[in-house]
Each structure stands twice: as C-alpha cells, then as structure tokens.
Design a protein around this ligand. Structure first.
Ligand code: GLC
Length: 649
C-alpha cells in the first residue's frame, strides 16, 4: 500500500504516474518537523535493519551507516564518502522489524543520514517545505520495491542493438578514427554494435552541429556502418554555445528558451564550447524545441544518443571566474556546496507560473533534458531509440537510461559498479551501466577482462575512457581473443538477458536484484553484496580483486554452475553453501537457479546477426518463458513471450 503526504505547494516532478491516495500529513507528526526553511523526518532503526535503495550513491548495497546528499553533481572523485553523484534517486527501503519504503519527491537538495553516527536513527532533511512524501508498506523489501516501481511508470525500452557491446573513447576525432575502431574489432572478431562519438564530432563542441572537415558525409558514413550492423551514438551536452548566427542559439534567445540570471537576462556559464546558455528544460515548450533539434541527427540515420553535462556541470559563470571556489576554501566537506552560488544564480520559469532558482529545483534539470530528448525521438523516429544520460532523477527512467559518470580504472570502481546495479533497479533505472574499464586513469588488461565479465550482465555494456588515458579498446591488449571470448558470452546470453530485461520492464519489476530479494529467509544472503541475481534464473559472483584467481561463492540453494570459455559452456550441478571457484581471466562463471533455465544463442558479431529463437537451454528447469520481438518495434507487450521447453529431460 502506498500513501501520499503533501507538504506545502510542491513542484511537479512527474516522477509518480499512478494516482496515489493522499493522507493528512499530521499523521506523520511523530516523524517529521519543520526547522526554519527545511523539513526534517526521522525514525528509529532496529539493530538488524538493512536499508536498500538510493540509486546512484556510493558505498554498498546496504546504505546503512552512510550519509548521502541528493544534489546532482559532476565530480569524478568517486570515493566511498562522496555524498553526491550525477543522479538523485530519493527512494529507500528499510528492511527490519518494520519494513517500509519512502520516496521524497522533491527536486530540491535532500540529505539522507542513514544512521551515520550508529545511534540507531535514520533522518532525512529536505531543503524545502514543499514536497510530496510517498510511504510504501509491504510484506518484504522486494514487495515494497515492486509496489514503488508500479507507481512510477514503465522503464524506458531500448532497441535490441543497445544491448550489444559499445566502444567509446573521448578522443575519437574523425570518421577515419571511428572506421579504424570498427575495422580493428572486425579484424580481431570482437563483437560490436555501436561506437560513441564524443564532443569532437561537433563543430567546436556546439550541439546539433557536425564538424564537416572531420565528418564530410555523416549520413553516408552512418549508412555504411549500419550495413555492417554498427550504430553511431553521438553525445549531446546541455549548454548551447553563445554564438549569434547559429540558428539554434538565435531561436533560443528570440523565444526566451534559456534560464535567466538574477538580472533577468540569459544566464551564462562556461562548459566545453565556451560560454553557453542553459535551456530551461522545466518548460514544456522548451523541451519540445530541444527534442526537435535531434532531427539533425535522425536525418543522418542516427538512433542512439548520450546526454551529458546536464547536472548541469559548470566550469565558470558570468559571476564566478574559473577556479574561484569560496566554499572549498572554507574547507566544506560536501563538495556540491562548492558550486552552490552558481545554482542559486540562475532561474527557471515553471509551467505553473512560478519562478525558481536552479538550486531549488536542481535535480530535475538533467531528467527534463532526458525527457525532452526522449519525447523528441519518439516524434522523430518510428522505432525504439537508445538514450542514456549522466544526470537523472526518478521519472527520467521512463525516457532513457543512465551511465554512472566519470569513474576510474580501479578495482574499487568495478566493485561499485556491482553495488550500483540493484540500487538503480530499485529506483526504476533498469537500463544502466558504468564506463567499462574506467573513465579516468589507465586500465590494465586484467582489470578490463574482469570488468567486462561484470558488464556482460549489465544492460548498458560500453567501454569508455577519457582522452588523457591509455588506449582501452580490447584489441590494444595482449591476446585479444580472451576479450573476444568474454564479449561473445554477452551475445550468446542475449536471448536470456534481453528477454529478462523486457519482462522486468513490462512488469515494472527489477532486472538486477540483491540476493536477499530472492532468498528472503537466508541470513547469509542478506549480507552478501558482491553477488547479484540477474533476471529470474541467473546468479553472478564476479571476481573483483586484482591478482585473484577465483573467489568464494555462496550458494543459497543447489544450482547449476556454468563455466564459459573459448570452447563454449560447461555445466555442473553444485550443492548449496560456500564454494571456492577458480576463474581464469578468459573465462566467466555464473550460476543458474534450481529449476530454472537460460536460453543461449549462437555467437554473433553484432545483434543484427542474432536469432533470438535459435537457442539451446541451459539449467535444470523444464520450461522458460522467453520474450522475443524484432528488437525495434515500439509496441512491446508480454504477449510476445513464447514458452520454451526442455525436451531432452
Ligand atoms: C564528461 C563525460 C565523459 C565525456 C567527457 C567529454 O566528462 O562524463 O563521458 O567523455 O565529458 O565529453
């Protein structure tokens, strides 16, 4: 059961799509109080209570013991105690003597103190007195999450090719660079579905332009790649360069589409292209205009995009020169505070007529950019599109996926990728993933192989790195066939992964879960954070340590252990309990639950070669419900499921 409590006059966030009964918030008086301009909620926690959720936040799957701040922020130093990341996902579940969920539906800054002092108290501080609070009561943590997912609308549904392997690097500058990446993958028989184009494809980093010298014929280039089954995925940044004569800029100024400064003129902030204006995505008419601009790309045959710098990221502003950082000088430990003045300096005009500083509605900005693009692409294309964004909040999951921003080539970040996946799923972001191999720093061969073995199971599987790092394409390393083996597994598993993703999305369920959700009575499973359930049949237990030749795996029940290597699959039945499993770098081991099946297909060099129906079944079950479609048609429904039976048993 979900109950809604309304405080003051909340800003419309569009996060919840279902009609939820409203109760008098006086009923919560015991847990909530006004304090100046903020609203504080608190409740006691019993000793054993676990806290799930909060989407893109640091630390483990159990959020207890940490302090997290919802305030979208561009900071690549993803340390465990970093309070804010690029997305703000204000839903959590307490699983203890009492089990309940809470969603703080506000675009303002929210601080979640999840018993950081260890005194058995959870408290939430909202920097606004205008918000909606949804309280979800259920039988179990998983039940609470399912009810919540049912209230926020269905996940974005990407096309099949978006589940293929993607190669990216900030630094590919020309069509020739990209052709070379495609050719090297082909030469080494490494499967590939798309190549991302970072800011250098543009004319001086100006959105909705193409550098004609570097890409003389974008449409022809894209068509040529598509014939080989490859897609191009350009980046789009939030800010529009101030440059009279550029029709997008001119129209934006003329129509008043940009956010204003406190003097009432268009706010100026420096990002990649130099000084820019920020479109006021919170207005419907601006979203429509911005979404229509993607026609420049769709006219070239492009069907996939990544939206970036939309927290928004700001290098300097008309009021603050680069590098001046008053809060940092004061030694404020909460990094987002550094740019607080910037966000207080620019303003949105809401569709309800109110004016709000960006600081007050901050976490909606990136989400509304995603919505603008998603709705634009729905108008422009007659099929599903790929879209993933850096900034987000709950609600944006209906229009696009997300990636978890500028991580680094470290083992810690690989582990964090594992922790993020179930938490993001709980908040609606089924289509997500990290920069495989790491964005900052130099990736080693071993780290990339182990990271790929995790990414095989995440919906977004993209290798991306920064311009100043070592080349990170698989073919740059010794024995590229080892990389090929791991990526081939992704394609062989796609009949299962695609089916499970689509079923989860259509049923408004999770795709990747913590073990505790599937084995609720198992005390050990409840504490395990480095093993995950992927879909209804699979458990993964990836190797996350440098130098490790294997690891200890906990099996809550007897399962089928599947080992994949160059020769294919080998399955053995294993009992419940702990087990030491050796996994060489060029192999992947995963588990199939008792009584379940996994359909696996043949190898493919990209998804256009894949036949979702040509499968063999692994595991001990007798039947599997497989979702199958053409991979791009928009109308998706569970009626497309076919039952596959294990005839040889
Ligand atoms: C940001 C993005 C990163 C991209 C870079 C250049 O840091 O997060 O993915 O490569 O900008 O556009």
């Amino acid at each position: 059961m979900i109950t809604q409590f309304i405080y003051g006059h909340p800003v419309e966030t569009f996060a919840v799509t279902e009609k939820i009964p409203v109760a008098d918030h006086e009923a919560l008086r015991r847990f909530s109080r006004k304090k100046g301009t903020v609203q504080v909620f608190s409740c006691p926690l019993d000793e054993d209570a676990v806290i799930y959720g909060l989407g893109e936040t640091m630390r483990g799957i159990n959020k207890r013991g940490g302090r997290y701040i919802s305030f979208n922020y561009d900071d690549p130093h993803h340390r465990d105690d970093m309070p804010s990341m690029y997305g703000s996902h204000n839903f959590f579940v307490v699983d203890g003597a009492e089990t309940f969920g809470a969603f703080f539906d506000t675009p303002a800054k929210v601080t979640f103190d999840m018993d950081a002092r260890g005194e058995g108290v959870l408290s939430v501080l909202c920097e606004t007195q205008d918000l909606r609070l949804y309280v979800v009561e259920g039988e179990s943590a998983y039940d609470v999450v399912k009810q919540f997912l049912g209230s926020i609308g269905r996940s974005f549904l990407p096309p099949l090719w978006a589940f293929g392997y993607g190669q990216s690097r900030w630094g590919y500058k020309t069509a020739r660079d990209i052709s070379r990446v495609a050719a090297r993958h082909e030469e080494k028989s490494i499967p590939l579905d798309y190549i991302c184009m970072d800011i250098d494809y543009m004319d001086r980093f100006i959105d909705f332009t193409v550098n004609r010298r570097r890409f003389p014929d974008m449409a022809g280039f894209a068509a040529g790649l598509k014939e080989k089954g490859l897609h191009l995925v350009p980046i789009v940044d939030a800010g529009i360069k101030i440059e009279p004569g550029n029709p997008v800029y001119d129209e934006g100024v003329r129509e008043g589409y940009f956010c204003k400064n406190h003097e009432g003129t268009d706010f100026k902030a420096e990002v990649w292209p130099g000084m820019t204006h920020f479109p006021d995505f919170l207005q419907e008419r601006v979203r429509r205009w911005f979404g229509d601009q993607y026609k420049v790309y769709t006219d070239c045959g492009l069907e996939g995009f990544w939206n970036d710098m939309n927290e928004p990221a700001i290098f300097s502003t008309e009021y603050r020169a680069k590098g001046t950082n008053p809060d940092a000088e004061r030694g404020d430990p909460d990094q987002p505070e550094r740019h607080i003045a910037d966000f207080k300096d620019f303003f949105h005009r809401l569709d309800d007529g109110r004016e709000k500083s960006n600081y007050e509605v901050h976490n909606l900005y990136g989400a509304m950019m995603t919505r603008a693009s998603g709705e634009g692409l729905e108008r422009l294309l007659d099929k599903r599109y790929l879209l993933f964004s850096r900034a987000s909040c709950i609600g944006a999951h209906r229009y696009g996926g997300i990636w978890t921003g500028d991580n680094a080539s470290t083992w810690e970040m690989l582990r964090q990728n594992v922790y993020h996946m179930p938490s993001l799923n709980m908040c609606g972001f089924l289509f997500s993933g990290a920069d495989t191999g790491g964005f900052g720093g130099n990736c080693t061969r071993e780290l990339l192989l182990r990271w790929l073995a995790v990414s095989v199971f995440t919906p977004l599987m993209r290798n991306h790195t920064a311009i100043f790092t070592r080349n990170q394409e698989c073919y740059r390393f010794r024995d590229p066939q080892d990389f090929r083996t791991i990526i081939s597994l992704r394609y062989r598993l796609l009949p299962y992964l695609y089916s499970e993703f689509m079923k989860a999305a259509l049923r408004q369920d999770m795709f990747i879960k913590p073990l505790a959700f599937d084995f609720p009575g198992d005390g050990k499973a409840r504490r395990i954070e480095d093993q995950l359930m992927v879909g209804e049949s699979v458990m993964i237990a990836p190797v996350l340590e440098q130098g490790a030749r294997g690891r200890i795996v906990y099996l809550p029940e007897p399962m089928t252990e599947v080992r994949y290597n160059r020769e294919g699959f080998t399955c053995i039945d294993v009992g419940a309990g702990e087990r030491t499993v050796m996994t060489p770098l060029n192999q992947v081991v995963f588990y199939i639950r008792k009584g379940k099946l996994v359909p696996v297909g043949r190898e493919a060099s990209n998804t256009s070669e894949l036949d979702l129906l040509d499968v063999e079944l692994l595991g001990s079950g007798t039947a599997y419900e497989q979702y199958v479609d053409d991979g791009y048609t928009r109308s998706c429904s569970l009626e497309r499921c076919v039952i596959r039976r294990r005839e040889d048993r």
